[in-house]
Design a protein around this ligand. Structure first.
Ligand code: ISJ
Length: 363
């Protein structure tokens, strides 16, 4: 190893030399990705360039190899952006998300696909599904559950009617801030705008700090931020993206009641995803109304030692079956143990729909 230079000029020269090397290597990587695109097209003219299982493997490998001083998540984020740019060279991905711009769902979309993806805001969850179904977007991003507030029913309901497959998941730590504009009279805040979920996640903080302010629910945090721009007596609860988008100031940071507040988002698309080595599967199962139905359904999971990560019940809307269960478990439908388990579940259930097997969220 060369000796560590000690003066500033020497250190900067060394950084320049390292950057030249990084630049050369990133370009070499990008050229490689372009060649991958040619190989994919030669094999199949309609080839899909984005490979979620491969991307998950690349990120996991980088995290395992990383020896510091940057932490593994930070390193993986850098590689996430390099891959995103490489994929954009092959074919830019279009991602529809629950908008408007500045929502946590957009943040999740960018976290998963990187900044080189083209993100398209949609007004509602079922519009995200429709946009992807129609082919106007390659993938969609929708929220599915929050650690404080529970499941997002609109998303589960949309899956019941749709043929979309789940191709990935993203978990995002949700930090809420109290935001004001430069003209807000901070001592006169009489109204606070936010999405109902965010109010629920900051309830205790609001009761303690702004018990008198009127809480006005709006359709998204970004919409709350937009409204505050023009009202001198109002504040908004929203995240960093909305604060940046509307140029608002944070007068209180991380006001969520629970420090581990996080939301899980699903990526929807048309393709099935091969195994990545650390996968999850989501199912919808309709059961007949009979005593012991839930026990019968879960018994094969238990016997095959399959790890359930979530079980949600929704009322069936067809009237034909009384229960519809949304089940997530660790494993991939191409694994023999999962095939065997599912065969047994199919015998016991009225209907089983596999929504997809996909890599467990890495970042
Ligand atoms: C290069 C590939 O295509 C895309 C880009 C990747 C990358 O930059 O590493 C990984 C997976 C694909 O989304 C590939 O499939 O290997």
């Amino acid at each position: 190893m060369s000796e560590t230079p000690v003066n500033l000029d020497e250190l900067r020269n060394r950084i320049d030399a390292i950057d030249t090397e990084i630049l050369r290597l990133i370009s070499e990587r990008a050229t490689c990705a372009q060649t991958v695109a040619q190989v994919k097209t030669a094999e199949d003219p309609h080839a899909v360039f984005y490979r979620p299982e491969r991307e998950a493997q690349v990120l996991r490998r980088i995290m395992a190899l990383n020896a510091g001083p940057l932490d593994s998540e930070e390193m993986a984020r850098l590689f996430r952006e390099i891959m995103s740019a490489c994929l954009a060279l092959e074919q830019p991905v279009k991602v529809a998300y629950l908008g408007p711009e500045g929502t946590f769902t957009q943040q999740a979309a960018l976290k998963h696909f990187g900044e080189s993806a083209k993100s398209l805001p949609m007004a509602a969850i079922d519009e995200v599904f429709r946009e992807v179904e129609a082919g106007a977007a390659n993938y969609g991003v929708v929220p599915v559950e929050n650690s404080t507030e529970g499941v997002v029913n609109h998303t589960l309901d949309s899956f019941m009617d749709s043929s979309m497959k789940i191709s990935g998941e993203v978990v995002l730590r949700i930090h809420h801030h109290l935001l004001v504009s430069s003209t807000t009279r901070q001592d006169k805040i009489s109204r606070i705008y936010s999405h109902p979920q965010s109010f629920a996640q900051c309830r205790k903080w609001l009761d303690a700090h702004y018990p008198q302010a009127e809480r006005v629910p709006v359709s998204s945090n970004a919409e709350a931020a937009r409204l505050v721009k023009t009202e001198w007596h109002s504040a908004a609860i929203a995240g960093d993206m909305a604060a940046k988008l509307y140029g608002l100031d944070k007068i209180a940071e991380k006001i969520e009641d629970r420090p581990d507040n996080s939301t899980r988002f699903l990526i929807i698309g048309h393709e099935s995803v091969p195994m990545s080595g650390d996968d999850k599967t989501s199912l919808v199962v309709a059961m007949r109304n009979q005593p012991g139905a839930l026990h019968d359904l879960l018994e094969p999971f238990h016997r095959h030692q399959i790890d359930l990560t979530r079980l949600e019940t929704r009322p069936s809307r067809t009237g034909a079956w009384n229960y519809v269960f949304f089940i997530d478990f660790k494993g991939h439908i191409d694994q023999p143990v999962v095939v065997a388990m599912l065969e047994e579940v199919r015998l016991r259930a009225a209907e089983v729909k596999v929504l997809g097997s996909y890599p467990q969220g890495v970042l």
